[in-house]
Design a protein around this ligand. Structure first.
Ligand code: HEC
Ligand code: HEC
Ligand code: HEC
Ligand code: HEC
Ligand code: HEC
Ligand code: HEC
Ligand code: HEC
Ligand code: HEC
Length: 423
């Protein structure tokens, strides 16, 4: 007991000495802060409000100490995820196993990426602004720097933003909004206007008791505070093995051809399937798919009956089958135009067949663009709307818009055939 007290007293004495005279490390730290308090005061007050500042995790822990004056800012290190991992190994390990770690990988696997302006990709003003998620290789970082862009080295500040790095912020669904919104993944819009989301906001306004249940994105997708995320159908709503239902299996094959993972002529897998496998982007076995599905059911049963939850999710699968029927019809209509030489194969395409991974860069064929929108905008909404319990998205923004697109495709195809001149 006495020895323990002696040690504490000694530590206290030493600590007072450090505070009074300042250690060299502390002095350097104070310089960063003193200068940046003038250069970028908002940033410093952010850091002061963080848990880090209370724990003496300071500027140079993350940025190194090579940059010392206003003239050598280029010497400051911009920390990647490995720097956070030095102190947060668990979160890092979970993160790298999840799909967020694939953002940059899948972006670069898309042929379209390499045809678009760098500002939108490496610069982070378009696709790259959301897909910078994931640990980048040294080669990828060099490529980015060579093109003149050197920020966006860190994914951890996407949900708990710098320099507060707050856990509470990341637990708020609004932390997901910036990326999970809009064209092909309006999860924010779907959730926030569903019963689940409205309950969250009503509760926040104080109009529901504190104990009322209101599931957030995090509760369903990062359960128990894990940083590993993955869903059963994730990756554009396709998976393997093919379903038992013959028509649905045929329709999915048609979709896989339009995604360029099956050769449209032979039906054999292409090199793209290898890229998808290597990145673990899609569930390739029944078991892998079921694992994710069962995890989700377990989450629902915190508040719902198991039967209820199962039925809700099975309805999502069912509607996907209906949606795939419409989709395959649309793809085949356009594919026949290619086959009959009414649409010419763009040079950058591998096959005379629609190729969704070129997005809208289709060599100028309008009907191809309508088909792409039917897939990427409306089919996604159809099934994502059911899974997020949002009837309006599932029907009006999803299913109804798919049927309208199919009508337009058929009408355009008729006109193109009628006006096509045989040379
Ligand atoms: C004498 C003033 C001064 C001191 C001391 C100082 N900085 Fe800076 N720092 C600057 C200025 C000026 C910039 C450039 C700001 C700009 O681009 O507007 C900068 C930029 C930075 C950047 C951004 C680099 C980039 O690539 O954009 C980081 C990170 C940084 N400082 C961290 C630190 C750290 C850590 C320390 C202490 C080890 C420190 N600074 C000390 C003035 C200072
Ligand atoms: C816990 C780690 C951490 C600490 C501590 C930290 N930073 Fe940062 N800082 C980052 C990350 C991450 C980025 C973003 C890097 C990127 O975009 O590649 C960043 C970016 C910056 C930038 C450039 C981007 C911008 O928004 O202007 C400046 C300047 C900067 N930090 C200054 C500081 C200063 C000054 C301190 C101390 C008061 C500090 N940082 C403390 C992690 C940290
Ligand atoms: C030198 C060690 C160190 C580094 C490097 C570091 N942290 Fe921390 N971090 C801590 C400590 C210590 C705490 C406080 C732990 C606690 O309260 O349980 C903390 C807390 C946090 C929290 C929780 C804050 C809260 O509101 O409860 C988050 C989020 C976080 N850090 C993110 C990051 C990110 C992102 C990076 C990299 C950019 C990073 N940290 C780098 C040591 C570090
Ligand atoms: C997709 C959003 C998201 C990203 C990206 C993210 N986090 Fe988190 N983080 C969260 C959420 C949500 C929580 C709160 C978990 C909980 O409820 O316990 C959290 C909590 C934390 C905490 C506090 C843990 C605790 O229990 O006190 C740390 C530390 C942390 N994250 C570090 C990291 C690091 C390091 C990275 C990058 C490798 C990272 N996070 C990337 C969402 C994210
Ligand atoms: C009540 C639980 C629940 C909530 C809350 C929830 N989701 Fe989901 N989410 C699901 C289910 C169920 C699926 C479909 C899982 C499957 O594939 O079987 C899904 C799928 C997804 C997918 C993959 C979609 C795809 O195209 O395959 C993403 C991304 C997603 N959710 C993000 C979010 C975001 C962001 C929020 C909050 C704005 C959110 N979710 C809120 C249950 C939820
Ligand atoms: C900076 C942008 C960004 C933020 C913020 C973000 N995400 Fe994501 N999220 C992505 C990207 C990009 C992907 C797809 C990664 C890939 O290419 O496979 C993704 C994928 C997902 C998936 C996997 C869907 C599948 O394919 O199985 C889920 C679930 C998810 N995010 C949930 C969340 C939740 C919950 C939050 C908030 C706590 C969040 N995300 C915050 C960009 C973001
Ligand atoms: C607003 C943010 C945002 C922008 C901009 C964005 N994405 Fe995404 N992307 C996401 C999110 C979030 C997901 C996961 C959605 C889901 O699973 O429903 C995703 C998923 C994907 C996927 C499927 C990856 C997988 O593993 O499941 C690909 C491929 C993709 N995006 C490519 C692109 C390309 C190419 C662009 C630019 C033309 C782009 N994205 C622009 C946020 C974005
Ligand atoms: C944290 C609790 C909680 C979780 C987890 C949860 N829900 Fe709910 N859910 C609710 C509450 C509360 C309601 C509102 C009940 C009502 O309408 O009377 C609701 C309503 C619903 C509705 C009905 C919407 C309507 O308009 O009638 C569906 C469908 C639903 N949930 C499906 C799911 C599915 C599927 C999951 C899992 C992926 C899930 N829920 C997870 C709490 C939860």
């Amino acid at each position: 007991m006495f020895a323990k007290r002696m040690i504490s007293a000694l530590i206290a004495l030493l600590w007072t000495a450090v505070l009074a005279f300042g250690s060299p490390v502390q002095a350097e730290e104070n310089e960063c802060i003193a200068c940046h308090e003038k250069v970028s005061p908002g940033l410093v007050s952010d850091w002061r409000a963080s848990k880090h500042s209370g724990e003496e995790v300071s500027c140079s822990d993350c940025h190194g100490d090579k940059h010392k004056t206003a003239k050598d800012a280029n010497l400051a290190r911009l920390p990647d995820e490995h720097v956070c991992a030095e102190c947060h190994e668990d979160q890092f390990d979970q993160f790298v196993k999840g799909k967020h770690n694939l953002g940059w990988y899948t972006l670069n696997a898309m042929p379209i990426t390499h045809m678009e302006p760098d500002v939108l990709m490496e610069g982070g003003k378009g696709c790259g602004g959301c897909h910078n998620m994931g640990v980048k290789s040294e080669a990828q970082k060099k490529d980015q720097r060579d093109k003149g862009y050197h920020y966006q080295n860190n994914s951890c500040d996407e949900c708990h933003t710098r320099h507060v790095f707050s856990k509470k912020e990341a637990q708020d669904p609004r932390a997901c909004q910036q990326c999970h919104m809009g064209y092909d993944h309006p999860q924010w819009e779907m959730w926030s206007s569903s019963k689940h989301g409205t309950r969250f906001f009503v509760k926040q306004a104080g109009n529901l008791p504190e104990g009322a249940a209101a599931p957030t994105c995090q509760l369903c997708h990062l359960p128990g505070g894990t940083h590993e995320n993955r869903t059963a159908w994730g990756f554009l709503g396709v998976r393997l093995p093919l379903p038992e239902d013959k028509q649905w299996a045929a329709d999915r094959v048609t979709i896989l051809k339009a995604l360029g993972v099956l050769n449209p002529e032979t039906g054999k897998p292409t090199a793209r399937l290898e890229v998808i496998k290597a990145g673990d982007m899609v569930r390739l076995t029944e078991k892998a798919w079921n694992t994710e599905r069962e995890k989700m059911i377990k989450t629902c049963t915190a508040c719902h009956a198991e039967q209820y939850a199962r039925q809700q999710l099975e309805m999502g699968d069912q509607l996907m089958k209906n949606a795939d029927r419409l989709m395959a019809d649309g793809i085949e209509t356009v594919a026949t135009l290619y086959k009959d030489g009414i649409i010419k194969k763009p040079d950058h395409y591998s096959f005379a067949y629609p190729d969704f991974l070129y997005f809208k860069q289709t060599g100028g064929s309008y009907i191809d663009q309508v088909l792409f929108r039917m897939y990427m905008k409306y089919r996604m909404r159809t099934y994502q709307g059911v899974f997020h319990s949002n009837p309006d998205y599932a029907y009006w923004y999803g299913w109804a818009a798919m049927t309208k697109s199919l009508g337009e495709i058929q009408e355009l195809a008729r006109t193109m055939r009628a006006t096509h001149k045989v040379k």
